[in-house]
Structures are given as structure tokens and as C-alpha cells.
Design a protein around this ligand. Structure first.
Ligand SMILES: Nc1ncnc2c1ncn2[C@@H]1O[C@H](COP(=O)(O)OP(=O)(O)OP(=O)(O)O)[C@@H](O)[C@H]1O
Length: 609
């Protein structure tokens, strides 16, 4: 299954875990190699860190030798001078070693943090390129959890664990070599425990990876719930569903906790079994070595050295077991991050995509049929429409008839299954997305503003706009008046998603943002729906001025606002049932005139305005 398909699979928890099992079958070392590729730009630091590590590990092999010497000095030779000398050597080596510990620890931790930051940036950039369908199939909160929780788990792998693993591997190799030098016979006994350890590591590794994956998934799912609940906290509170939400999130978190505990249990077992094997071997060696000393086959200082090297090797094995556990845990987390990075956006520029140099704003829909998903109903059917540059075309129709969808197709958030949508005669699929969307601006039913100042929000339309241009745009959108009433004026901070503004104020800022963009095509989706009659008049006038020289597609519920449109298209279940000017359609006495009559009956004031 391709990454794309995987990314688009339904986001039910159970389904995901099954999907992931497949990902887990991919060779874990490949993922590890891929992860370490992120250290490439910082090769110099990595090299210095590894050199420090080598020196540290080398010194680590010196200590046991001198400890053995010390034991010999004390028990066999009973020489104070030699005891002093060897102690001094030991302390000096420890001193030098500690400098390298600092360098290694600092650089390795730096690398860990850096790589995680790079990965986060890459995942964010990638997510911003993903298509609407992707966000339909994946909850934002879950993606956020991948971005933060999963990435955090990788930090220690690249930082601490890499250096721990390397150091322990080196200690292991060096230690075993030294053991062979000191006593080959005793070494044979130590090596007996290696095969059971390798088998245990493999077995537990698999279990830990799977559990880690499930636990991370569960956590991500719970984060999805959390994000959804918090972003709609008004609704939660107005329905007094705080306990209900807390319960849902609590269940998710408890499930994640249980999975984490399972994983910890597996790791604990692994660590305890491997350390038992390692230290059991130490006891065996002492028993055997003690006999050899009694029989006079080896000297006490040799047994001392052997013992110290065995301890070093056993410590390395025990610590490697811990590292293997946390590698497996991190590999579970990496899988999903890489899965995000591997999912290709469904809509992207063709290799030979054309940039619109001077857009004119001619729009065409030719035999377009579209359904949101493979199994969904067609929401646009056999749709043909041509809008000449500068024309105003209004789409009307009952709720759910597909008006908004037409706008989505024009912005190429989705590609139709049949037919084509064109801009200046080019199929949208031939155009560079940035230049296509750069030629358009949208003011939607529920405009989204960002936390930040009013000025920043209007500037979102054109980042290089001057303060004067921003204010002029706000004036044209009839927003300048209310903005100046705030004590901080244009520098007023409007809260997350603009919560500190009324719906009408938000809409006027969105209009100012669109004005500033100076687009060739304007998409107005119920742009004036949140305004009272008076400001609607003012904004309507501003919008009419704005529409001059631009192609405008108005999606309207309130029919009074689109009477002057060059063309009115009536949609029903995704198909065009009528099209013409207001006068023509009224004269025809069909669907449009019935809509107008119905609205006049419901809203006499509005209809008359
Ligand atoms: N993201 C989506 N995924 C699946 N189906 C969708 C999606 N968005 C809309 N639909 C379906 O497509 C149909 C058309 O929706 P659309 O929003 O285009 O209608 P509309 O005419 O703009 O409605 P309204 O006037 O109520 O905003 C509806 O039946 C709706 O259920």
C-alpha cells in the first residue's frame, strides 16, 4: 500500500493500528538510518562528539586495568609507592575523561534537539502542502500530537542514546578484548551469555516497538479529542458537556497510559533479564576465577583486572539493553512521522506547470462532475459555466446544492473526477498552484483570522503592503471606523481566530484583506451574511467598487445582494437548472423566481432592501 493511500485511510483508531502494523514490518534499521541522515548538516559536530566518545570509551578501558593494579599493590606487592602512583594515574585519567564527557554530552544533546527541530519544521512545511482530503482523513489534533509528542521521543535517541549505544558497544568490544588478554579461559565463560541476550533483545524489541506505536497512536487520538473540545469550548459549555468531554478525553488518556505501562513492563522485563544474565555471569566468573587464584593458576591482580573488565562489560550490556528498549520505542514514533513526510500531496504542480504572467480572470467549468470521496454522492454534476473577465456571476440554490463546492474547485482544493475547470483557458491542472491562487481572493462565510493584530491580519492579503495601504483597504471595506474605536487601533490584538471581534467585524477585516490582495478573481461566499442591514449596505458598496475590473463569483443566500449580477446561476443538487440575469429569470417564472418569492415571504425587510 502506498504512503498516499495509507494517509487517506479512515482515521478510526483500530484501523490505524492495523495500518501501522504494516509500517512496523518495514525494516526498522532503514528508519533508523533515515533518522540519522538528519544529522548530516551537522557532520562536524557529530565527528567531534564521536571522537570525544572514542577517547572516553578508551579511557573507560584504562580504569579497570589500574584498579586491578591497585588491588595487586594492596594485596600482593603491598607497595605504598606503587599504590600512590597508580591512584594518581587513575585520578588523572578520570579528570581527562570528564572533559570529554562534557564535550560529548553537550554536542550529542545539541544534535538531538537540532534534529528534532528540523524534523518538526519539515513536518509542518509538509502538512501545509497537503491537500484538503488529507485533513479530512486526519484530525488536526492528531497531527499536532505527531508533530510534538512523537518528535520529542526522538530527541533522546539521537542525543543521549546514540552516544550511550556507541560508548557501550566500544566498551563491550574493548572490554572483551582486554578479557581475552588477561585470561582467555575465563572469557569463554563470559561469552556464554551472549546468545541468550541476543535472542531476548530481538524478541522484546519487536514487542516494545509494537506497543510504542499503539501507545503513540492512542495518545494522538486523545490529543485530537482535546483539540476539538478546546477549540469549540463555547459549544461544550453552552451544552454543559464539560464532564462528557473530560470523560472522553480521560478514557483516551487512560487507554494510552495502559499501553505505555505495558510497554514499560516489557522494557523492565528485558532490562531485568539481561542484567541478571550479565551479573549472573560475573558471579560465575568470580567463582571460577577464585578457584584459579587458590590453585595459583592466575595472580590476584589478574583476577582483579578481569573482574573489573567483566563489570565494565556487564555494565555495557545492561545499558545497551536499556538503549535497545528506547530505540525500539522511538522507532515506533518515527514510523508515523515518516509516514506523514512520505504522503505526497494529492494536488501539486505538474513538472511543466505554467505560471500565469498576467491573469485576465476568465473562468470556465466544462462538464465538471465531482464527488468528495469515492463512495460519496456526486455533489457537482455535468456542470458547465463560462465567466468572462470582469463579469459578476452569482450562484444561488438551496442549502447543500453545491455552491461552496464550486468555489473549492475553482481554488483547486479538489480536482474534479470528470471534466475540467479552466482559468484563462488553461486547465487548472496545467497551472502553477501558487500563481493560480495568487490571482484569486476569497471572503468566506466564516472568515478565519489569526491571533495577532488587526494590521497583521489585513496584511495577510499582501505581506509587503505598507501601513497606508492597509488602512486604505480597511476604509474601502468599511472597517476603518470600528478599528479606530479600539484604544490600540490597528495594533489591537484580536485573540485566537479573532475571538475578540464580532462576526460582522471579522467579515469586514476579511474583505479588507481581500481588497489588499488586489486579485483578478474574487470569490465571495456569503460574504455579507454576518452584517446588519446598515453595514451590509456599506460593505456592499465597497464590494461593488472592489468588483470593478475583476471577475467575481458570488455565492449568495440573500438574493437581494445579487440582483445586479451579470449572470445568476441556479443550482439544484449540483446541476445548473437555470441561468440568466435577474430580470430574465424573474420573467421566466422558474426556480429563481420561486426562490425570490420564498425569501420575500420569509424576510420582507431584506427582500425590499
Ligand atoms: N468536505 C466534504 N466532504 C464530503 N461532503 C461534503 C463536503 N463538503 C460538502 N459536502 C457535501 O456536498 C454537498 C454540497 O455542499 P456545499 O457546501 O457545496 O453546498 P452549499 O450549496 O454551499 O450549501 P450551503 O448553502 O448550505 O452552504 C452537501 O451535500 C454536503 O453534504
Amino acid at each position: 500500500m502506498s504512503a498516499e493511500k495509507r494517509a487517506q485511510s479512515p482515521s478510526s483508531g483500530g484501523g490505524k493500528i492495523e495500518e501501522h502494523a504494516k509500517v512496523d514490518k518495514e525494516k526498522p534499521w532503514r528508519r533508523l538510518v533515515r533518522l540519522f541522515r538528519y544529522t548530516r548538516p551537522y557532520r562536524a559536530r557529530l565527528v567531534i562528539a564521536i571522537v570525544s566518545l572514542l577517547v572516553g570509551a578508551g579511557l573507560g578501558l584504562v580504569y579497570p586495568w589500574y584498579f586491578g593494579e591497585l588491588l595487586g599493590d594492596a594485596f600482593a606487592e603491598q607497595s605504598t609507592a606503587s599504590l600512590n602512583k597508580n591512584t594518581l594515574i587513575l585520578i588523572t585519567t578520570f579528570g581527562i575523561g570528564s572533559v570529554f564527557v562534557f564535550i560529548r554530552h553537550y554536542l550529542m544533546s545539541w544534535l538531538g534537539e537540532r534534529v528534532v527541530a528540523d524534523l518538526r519544521l519539515e513536518v509542518h512545511r509538509h502538512l501545509l502542502r497537503m491537500t484538503q482530503r488529507y485533513f479530512h482523513d486526519n484530525r488536526t489534533g492528531e497531527l499536532l500530537s505527531r508533530q510534538s509528542d512523537d518528535a520529542t521521543r526522538l530527541q533522546s535517541v539521537i542525543g543521549q542514546d546514540l552516544s550511550l549505544a556507541l560508548r557501550n558497544i566500544l566498551t563491550l568490544i574493548g572490554g572483551v578484548t582486554m578479557l581475552l588478554v588477561v585470561s582467555p579461559k575465563l572469557t569463554g565463560t563470559v561469552l556464554l551469555v551472549v546468545p541468550p541476550l541476543v535472542i531476548a533483545a530481538n524478541l522484546w524489541g519487536r514487542i516494545i516497538r509494537k506497543l510504542a506505536r499503539q501507545a503513540q497512536d492512542q495518545l494522538a487520538q486523545a490529543s485530537g479529542q482535546l483539540q476539538e473540545g478546546l477549540s469549540a469550548v463555547d459549544t461544550v459549555q453552552s451544552f454543559t458537556r464539560e464532564d462528557h468531554e473530560a470523560g472522553n478525553y480521560g478514557q483516551g488518556i487512560e487507554r494510552a497510559f495502559k499501553l505505555f505501562v505495558k510497554q514499560i513492563r516489557a522494557r523492565s522485563w528485558f532490562m531485568s533479564v539481561s542484567s541478571f544474565l550479565a551479573f549472573g555471569a560475573v558471579a560465575g566468573i568470580f567463582w571460577l576465577g577464585g578457584h584459579m587464584v587458590i590453585d595459583g593458576r592466575i595472580a590476584p591482580d589478574e583476577l582483579g583486572k578481569f573482574f573489573m573488565y567483566t563489570l565494565a562489560v556487564a555494565g555495557a550490556v545492561g545499558s545497551l539493553a536499556g538503549v535497545v528498549g528506547s530505540y525500539n520505542q522511538a522507532l515506533g514514533a518515527t514510523a508515523r512521522l515518516f509516514e506523514i513526510l512520505d504522503s505526497e500531496p494529492e494536488i501539486q504542480d505538474a513538472p511543466d506547470a505554467i505560471a500565469l504572467a498576467e491573469p485576465r480572470g476568465e473562468i470556465g467549468f466544462e462538464g465538471v462532475t465531482f464527488a468528495y470521496g469515492d463512495r460519496d454522492l456526486e455533489v457537482i454534476r455535468d456542470f458547465d459555466l463560462r465567466i468572462a473577465p470582469g463579469q459578476v456571476c452569482a450562484l444561488v440554490g438551496s442549502s447543500g446544492s453545491g455552491k461552496t463546492t464550486v468555489g473549492r474547485l475553482l481554488l483547486r482544493f479538489w480536482d474534479p473526477q470528470q471534466g475540467r475547470v479552466t482559468f484563462d483557458g488553461h486547465d487548472l491542472r496545467e497551472l502553477e498552484l501558487a500563481s493560480l491562487r495568487g490571482a484569486m481572493a476569497e471572503v468566506s462565510q466564516d472568515p478565519v483570522l489569526f491571533s495577532g493584530s488587526i494590521r497583521d491580519n489585513v496584511r495577510y492579503g499582501r505581506l509587503d503592503a505598507s501601513d497606508e495601504e492597509i488602512e486604505a483597504a480597511a476604509q474601502a471595506a468599511n472597517a476603518d471606523g470600528f478599528v479606530r474605536e479600539f484604544p490600540d487601533g490597528y495594533d489591537t490584538i484580536i485573540g485566537e481566530r479573532g475571538v475578540k471581534l464580532s462576526g460582522g467585524q471579522r467579515q469586514r477585516l476579511a474583505i479588507a484583506r481581500a481588497i489588499l490582495r488586489d486579485p483578478k478573481v474574487l470569490l465571495l461566499d456569503e460574504a455579507t451574511s454576518a452584517l446588519d442591514s446598515e453595514s451590509e449596505h456599506l460593505v456592499q458598496a465597497a464590494l461593488e467598487r472592489l468588483q470593478e475590473g475583476r471577475t467575481t463569483l458570488v455565492i449568495a443566500h440573500r438574493l437581494s445582494t445579487i440582483r445586479d449580477a451579470d449572470r445568476i446561476v441556479v443550482l439544484d443538487h449540483g446541476a445548473i437548472v437555470e441561468s440568466g440575469t435577474h430580470a430574465e429569470l424573474m420573467g421566466r417564472g422558474g426556480a429563481y423566481s420561486r426562490l425570490v418569492a420564498r425569501q420575500a415571504a420569509l424576510e420582507p425587510d431584506r427582500a425590499a432592501s
